[in-house]
Design a protein around this ligand. Structure first.
Ligand SMILES: Nc1ccn([C@H]2C[C@H](O)[C@@H](COP(=O)(O)OP(=O)(O)OP(=O)(O)O)O2)c(=O)n1
Length: 178
């Protein structure tokens, strides 16, 4: 089940959902309107899953920054969000979609128990100027079925993501995992 805007607001008030910073005006019927942060990591070389991703980091100026097709940009959400009670799905929205912006490549899930600044894997269909703290998409909260898992036991790589994270698969591959 997906939470309604009023249910998100009630859960935030009850401390069951963290959205920081929180602005009730950003609630919509089934989601919270999250914002783009103010830093990008620009990845414009060929990538290798077994090696750390090379990047150049830049701040997005208030005058905006032009995203170009063919480049992978790792960004970050302005908000830190999470919940011990609910899972999350991070999405773009009608507005960013109509600008030809993908807000992530294939990573929409936030596990129950994680409170994070999300890493965004941003791509652009056409050159497009984006601005720090612009509304970038919708975040939904989902009621979970079953016993919550312990992330300490499972050793997930990104459970405490505080900033932009490159892929950490190279750490596993270096350790001989497949
Ligand atoms: N765009 C995203 C997607 C997820 N996450 C965070 C929240 C998730 O709870 C956590 C783990 O996401 P995945 O399970 O998709 O990650 P992996 O399977 O790649 O790694 P792990 O081994 O940690 O599960 O990463 C994030 O910061 N940015």
């Amino acid at each position: 089940m997906i939470l309604t805007g009023p249910a998100i607001a009630a859960a935030q008030t009850a401390g069951e959902i963290v959205i920081d910073p929180y602005d009730p005006a950003r609630l919509s019927p089934n989601a919270y309107d999250w914002r783009l942060g103010d830093t990008l990591r620009i990845c414009d070389t060929d990538l290798d899953a077994a090696s750390p991703t090379p990047y150049a980091e830049t701040a997005i100026p208030d005058s905006g920054y032009v995203l170009h097709p063919g480049v992978l940009y790792l960004g970050i959400t302005h908000e830190r969000t999470g919940s011990e009670a609910y899972a999350q799905f991070l999405n773009g929205n009608r507005t960013t979609g109509a600008l030809g912006i993908w807000v992530h490549v294939s990573a929409p899930l936030g596990h129950q128990g994680h409170a994070i600044h999300w890493t965004l894997e941003i791509r652009a269909a056409r050159p497009v100027r984006v601005y720090p703290r612009m509304t970038f998409g919708k975040l939904v909260f989902l009621r979970c079925l079953g016993t919550p898992a312990s992330y300490q036991q499972h050793g997930l790589k990104y459970a405490a993501t505080a900033g932009i994270d490159i892929s950490r698969l190279y750490e596993e591959l270096a350790g001989g995992a497949t």
